[in-house]
Design a binder for this molecule. Sequence first.
Ligand SMILES: Cc1cc2nc3c(=O)[nH]c(=O)nc-3n(C[C@H](O)[C@H](O)[C@H](O)COP(=O)(O)OP(=O)(O)OC[C@H]3O[C@@H](n4cnc5c(N)ncnc54)[C@H](O)[C@@H]3O)c2cc1C
Length: 289
Amino acid sequence: MEFLRPSTLVEALEARSAHPDGVPIMGGTDVMVALNFDKSRPSALIDLTRVPELTEWGTDGDHVRLGAGVSYTEVIESLSGAAPALAKASRSVASPQIRNRGTVGGNLGGASPAGESHPPLLATDAEIELASVRGTRKVKARDFYRSFRKTALSEDELITAILLPRATGPQQFAKIGTRNAMVIAVTSFSLALDTENRKVGTGVGSAGPTPLRAEAAEEFLEAEFDWEDGRPLAESVVRRFGDLVAAAARPIDDQRGSADYRKHALSVMARRALSWSVTDYRKESSRCA
Ligand SMILES: Cc1cc2nc3c(=O)[nH]c(=O)nc-3n(C[C@H](O)[C@H](O)[C@H](O)COP(=O)(O)OP(=O)(O)OC[C@H]3O[C@@H](n4cnc5c(N)ncnc54)[C@H](O)[C@@H]3O)c2cc1C
């Protein structure tokens, strides 16, 4: 097995193009597990850890540009204000050791439907930046996940960055597992209220072959939510929102949970996330008034 260590993005893209059967490795928290269990024996490993563009983040107009190789720990420490849902999700990934190594780009590369990054990226309408020797393109998170563990990434491309719209309102992430840490989600949910554009975003994890959005729930809430009104949401609206999120899921029964349990858990998480978000939004609005 060849071990390639590019030190610039150009070298990394050339290596990717020359080795379509090779496997990029960033934190290695998925790749090394597959190698250790002999599930994968690639012709080459392309180590991306020395490529500076991948491990940096910064603001870019109205977006946070998060290099694909930025660790969860860095997201938690630096982006809790600018990207709250992703930071909350990052806190629930594995253990400190895995969070120090694991990256959002690696989560996208593996594209497990249970991956923690996906619901916040869907809810916040993030874009994924993909690059190859042919050029660079951006794909909306909502168009990135194609089928089970299959994505829009071509075999000569690398994920270079994630573009997160600046948060303009409350964002939530909730996850159900058998314990609080070191657990793969039974199911997870993220909600983002974009108070400037008056848009609602959702993301559902571990409840279908791909991460998915609850579009009917988004449309329902956009129609029902009075952004100016200071009162709490009617209980019937909260309940209907939860039902619509559960209805969007396409879960299976497996060793982590039954399809029915996942749907039930999603409706509960969605109701809670909505109530917390509306409370935060009303508080913030009255503080600014
Ligand atoms: C003990 C343990 C607990 C875990 N718990 C969780 C958890 O709670 N939640 C969760 O979501 N995940 C969990 N994981 C899985 C893993 O940590 C995450 O998926 C993590 O985000 C992977 O990031 P990485 O940088 O380590 O990826 P790597 O292992 O380096 O790569 C993962 C995949 O992405 C590809 N890849 C990496 N970077 C790029 C790039 N820039 N462009 C294109 N492809 C790329 C690789 O080729 C590979 O297919 C856990 C793993 C372990 C070992």
